[in-house]
Design a protein. Structure first.
Lengths: 204, 248
């Protein structure tokens, strides 16, 4: 089967998407060219302008179209708190929870020495400068509950401690509605080690 | 090589995991009887994957896999003990051992003794044993297993047993050569120190330092110019001065 040169180019380009193999690339390309040429045009324009205009916030590394992202530019957010996350998707998740009004720092990954990802790759020098120069009272470590995520959290906690800043770790453990017998043992041991005092004033 | 192989519940450690396709991983594993193997863990990155908590470094487990060729498919992974908890420099040391194994072992070569030494080294690190001797003993065993062990029992000129009181210069690709006074080239150690290093006995600081230099030279040679990423990242971390903080 022969595709035209431009079609071949499109198929190859679509395959840069995660999980897209030759078959699904072909399905997408045919759909765009055959069934929805208007949609395809919008996609092309949106992709081009996003590539041109969306960069990273120079303060927290979140996606941004100006020097600062919307969170860093928002004067009403608590500038004394930084929540450290691994990805832009984590920023959205924490912010959508509605319980947090501070700022963020996006590592764009986590410490993974075997992949060559160390402090430089995670923008730790930028974070360190913020810890030194801003008036920050608490660093909340919301990295993943993996060996690498825990290492990253502990490393940043060390940096915060050097500046005399309190570092806290989000609790990982039993999910809401989780029956204990179905929670795996390492989650349970993590949850046990991070147990908290139960307020008793409601009982007295 | 082309027939389907099936392995049931072999003791194993995960050395490294890389994202693969939308929701899977390619994992490098050290198995007790099969040595270093590459496996595809299908769906292991899905939020509700049953392997989410098990597939982590330093977690003793049993694994089953099947397939043909060098990249097979993970079928089961069950933790057999609590994960070994490594922090700070000890965690970096654990990652360093993993990187050495990935770089120096050929897939599918069995190394049952090395598997036992690796587990013992991780246990020693997690129990707070002194770090450097643990790493040096692991490097000694690893090099011997891949056929590039240090020569620490006889000299390289006429294969005579080393004499404890004599001085030897260690020539990288040959071994210990009786040292000529004034011709100081390379590392010079006493026969007693070399014999001790061979036994993994680092009671004296000069033996530990000598072993480090000999092993570093040999490892670099075996790596053939590839640099270890854990070494580079460690250097960057040391410059921040908070290395002892890392780890769970
Ligand atoms: Zn920002």
């Amino acid at each position: 089967m022969h595709f035209t040169p431009r079609l071949q180019q499109l198929l190859a380009a679509l395959r840069c998407l995660p999980g897209v193999g030759p078959k699904s690339a072909q399905r997408m390309a045919f759909y765009l060219l055959d069934r929805d040429r208007d949609g395809a045009g919008e996609l092309a324009v949106a992709l081009r302008s996003a590539l041109d205009e969306v960069g990273h916030c120079e303060h927290c590394r979140m996606f941004a179209e100006q020097a600062l992202c919307t969170v860093c530019a928002d004067k009403k957010r608590d500038a004394g708190m930084i929540c450290i996350v691994e990805t832009p998707a984590d920023v959205i998740a924490v912010d959508d929870s509605g319980g947090y009004r501070g700022r963020y720092f996006v590592l764009m990954g986590r410490l993974s020495p075997l992949d060559g990802i160390g402090p430089l790759e995670l923008g730790i020098n930028l974070l360190e400068r913020r810890l030194r120069e801003e008036t920050i009272t608490e660093v909340i470590l919301a990295t993943s509950a993996t060996v690498e995520g825990e290492a990253t959290a502990a490393y940043i906690a060390g940096l915060a401690e050097k500046q005399g800043i309190r570092a806290t770790r989000i609790a990982h453990g039993v999910p809401m509605g989780g029956e204990l017998e179905y929670v795996d043992s390492s989650t349970l041991s993590l949850a046990l080690s991070a147990r908290t005092q139960v307020p008793t004033d409601a009982v007295d | 090589m082309n027939s389907i192989e099936r392995v049931e519940f072999e003791a194993a450690f995960l050395l490294h995991a890389m994202p693969y396709r939308e929701s899977s991983q390619i994992i490098e594993v050290l198995g007790q009887h099969h040595g270093r193997i590459g496996l595809v863990a299908r769906g292991s990155r899905r939020p509700r994957s049953r392997w989410k908590q098990t597939l982590r470094s330093f977690q003793p487990m049993r694994m089953s896999w099947a397939g043909r060729g060098t990249l097979q498919t993970l079928g089961a992974a069950e933790a057999t003990a609590r994960p070994l908890v490594l922090t700070g420099m000890r965690l970096m040391a654990g990652w360093y051992m993993n990187e050495l194994l990935i770089n120096l072992l050929h897939r599918g070569d069995p190394h049952p003794d090395l598997f036992a030494h690796y587990g013992a080294a991780l246990a020693a690190l997690s129990e707070g044993k002194e770090l450097e001797p643990v790493l040096r003993r692991f490097e000694l065993v690893l090099l011997a297993e891949i056929g590039y062990g240090l020569v620490t029992d006889r000299d390289a000129v006429d294969a005579q047993p080393l004499q404890p009181e004599r001085m030897y210069a260690y020539v990288a690709d040959r071994g210990p050569v009786p040292a000529v006074v004034g011709a100081g080239d390379g590392l010079v150690l006493s026969g007693a120190d070399l014999l001790a290093i061979g036994r993994g006995d680092f009671d004296r600081p000069e033996r530990l330092l000598g072993a480090k230099r000999l092993l570093r030279e040999k490892l670099n040679w075996c790596l053939g110019g590839r640099s270890l990423k854990t070494r580079q990242v460690l250097a960057a971390m040391l410059s921040d001065g908070v290395i002892d903080g890392i780890g769970a």
